[in-house]
Design a protein around this ligand. Structure first.
Ligand code: PLP
Length: 402
C-alpha cells in the first residue's frame, strides 16, 4: 500500500474515532431472529433488524433457498439480457407485480441498484426530479446520476414546499416526485394522498421507495400505498427484498409494462450487473407467499409495536409518534446515543444508536425496530433493560422533570 495514502486513511479514521462516529461491526453466529448470538456480547434480543415479519430464518423461506440452489446452481455467471435470467426471476417478478397491483416488476440485486438503475434512466434531459430531503441515500445517489434532469429538493414532507417547487417548473414538463414510503430515521409516512393529488395537477410521475413499508404497512402488508388505499395509483414503486420479505438481499421496481420494458432495455445496473441469485429469488418468493398465507404475522407485529410503545411511555420515554414498525427515541447528542446503545447491549438488548451525520446534530436517537418474531417475555426483558439503562444514564429522570 502506498505509505502516504495509507497514513492519510488512518488520520481520517482517527478523526471518526475522536468524533465518536466510528462504526464497529458486530458479528453474529446464528440466524437473524428474535434473539441472536453475537461474538462480542453473547445471546442478545434484537431490536435493530429490518426482519419485521421474522421471515429471515423461517423454515419455508430457508428450504426454498436450498431447493433453489439444487435446482439452479449458484447462478448463470452472466447479466440478465445475455443469459442470466431464470424462470424463477419471472415468477418472482410476476408475484411482486400482483402483490403490489402493478402491471409488471423487475428485480435487481438490491434496492440500492434498483434506485440507481431507475432514476437516471427515466429522468432524462427535459425532465425534472423533485425529491424529499430525507430520502434514502440510494435515491440521493440515483438523482446525482441523473445529471441531465433538473433536480430540486423539497423540505421533508412539506407539501407547500413541494407544490412551490412543482409550480416553479414548466407546466408540461415531466416531473418525477420521489419519496420514501416510510422514512427510516423518523419512522413517519410520506403524505402520499397529497403527493398524488399534486402530481395530477402538475404533470408529476410519483415514485415511492417503500423499502420499510413493503410487508409491514397496509391491511395485508402490501405497504404504505395500501395503507392509504392508493393501490394502483402510484406510477413507480421501488422496494427491497432485504427487509421484511426474507431479509437476504434484492430489490425491485414495480410499474407499467412500458416502464419495466424501458428498464430492461436501458437501466445500467440491470444491463451490466448480474441477476439476483436464484437462491435468493426462491427465498423471496417463499417470503411473499408466507406473508399472504399467514396474515397473523402482521397482527403480531402490530401488537408488538403497540405493546412496546406503551411500555416505553410507561417508563418515561417519549418515542416519536408514528404508525410504522420504527420507534425512534431522541436522546440528544451522538456520543450519548452510542453510549446508551452500548449499555443496552451489556443488558442483552441489541439496538442501534444513530447520530450525526446520519441525523441532525442534537437529535441523536436510539432506533427500535419491531419484529413479529419477538415474544412478550422478550419485549418485557427489553423494557426492563431500557428502564435500568435510562435511569443509570439519567435520561429518565430528565424526561420526568420536563
Ligand atoms: C434499506 C433501503 C434501501 C436499500 O435496500 P437494499 O436492498 O439493502 O439495497 C433503499 N431504500 C430505502 C428507502 C431503504 O430503506
Amino acid at each position: 500500500m502506498n505509505q502516504s495514502y495509507d497514513r492519510r486513511l488512518r488520520t481520517d479514521l482517527d478523526a471518526l474515532r475522536a468524533a465518536g462516529t466510528y462504526k464497529t461491526l458486530r458479528h453474529l453466529t446464528t440466524p437473524m431472529a428474535a434473539e441472536v448470538t453475537m461474538e462480542e456480547a453473547g445471546r442478545v434480543i434484537v431490536l435493530s433488524s429490518n426482519n419485521y415479519l421474522g421471515l429471515a430464518d423461517d423454515p419455508r423461506v430457508v428450504q426454498a433457498g436450498i431447493d433453489g440452489l439444487h435446482k439452479y446452481g449458484a447462478g448463470t455467471a452472466s447479466v440478465r439480457f445475455i443469459c442470466g435470467t431464470f424462470d424463477i426471476h419471472r415468477q418472482l417478478e410476476e408475484k411482486i407485480a400482483s402483490f403490489l397491483g402493478t402491471q409488471a416488476a423487475l428485480t435487481y440485486v438490491s434496492c440500492w441498484t434498483a434506485n440507481e438503475g431507475l432514476i437516471p434512466t427515466v429522468a432524462v434531459a427535459g425532465t425534472a426530479i423533485v425529491s424529499d430531503e430525507l430520502n434514502h441515500a440510494s435515491i440521493i445517489d440515483g438523482c446525482r446520476l441523473a445529471s441531465q434532469a433538473q433536480r430540486l429538493r423539497y423540505k421533508h414532507s412539506d407539501m407547500a414546499d413541494l407544490e412551490a417547487k412543482l409550480a416553479s417548473l414548466p407546466p408540461d414538463m415531466t416531473k418525477f416526485i420521489i419519496s420514501d414510503g416510510v422514512f427510516s430515521m423518523e419512522g413517519d409516512l410520506a403524505k402520499l394522498p397529497q403527493i398524488v393529488a399534486l402530481a395530477k395537477r402538475y404533470n408529476g410521475v410519483v415514485v415511492v421507495d417503500d423499502s420499510h413499508g413493503t410487508g409491514v404497512m397496509g391491511k395485508t402488508g402490501r405497504g404504505t400505498i395500501e395503507h392509504y388505499g392508493l393501490t394502483g395509483q402510484i406510477d413507480i414503486v421501488t422496494g427491497t427484498l432485504g427487509k421484511a420479505l426474507g431479509g437476504a438481499a434484492g430489490g425491485f421496481v414495480a410499474a407499467s409494462n412500458s416502464l419495466i420494458d424501458t428498464l430492461i432495455q436501458k437501466s445500467r445496473t440491470q444491463l451490466f450487473s448480474n441477476a439476483l441469485p436464484p437462491t435468493v429469488a426462491c427465498s423471496a418468493l417463499a417470503a411473499i407467499e408466507q406473508l399472504e398465507t399467514h396474515p397473523e404475522l402482521l397482527d403480531k407485529q402490530r401488537e408488538n409495536v403497540a405493546y412496546f410503545r406503551a411500555g416505553l411511555r410507561a417508563l418515561g420515554y417519549k418515542p416519536l409518534e408514528g404508525e410504522s414498525a420504527i420507534i425512534p427515541i431522541i436522546v440528544g447528542e451522538t456520543a450519548f446515543a452510542i453510549k446508551m446503545s452500548e449499555s443496552l447491549l451489556k443488558e442483552g438488548v441489541f439496538v442501534t444508536g444513530f447520530g450525526y451525520p446520519v441525523v441532525p446534530e442534537g437529535s441523536a436517537r436510539i432506533r427500535v425496530q419491531m419484529s413479529a418474531a419477538l415474544q412478550r417475555a422478550e419485549l418485557d426483558q427489553a423494557l426492563a433493560a431500557f428502564d435500568k439503562v435510562g435511569n443509570e444514564l439519567g435520561l429518565l429522570q430528565a424526561n420526568i422533570r420536563t
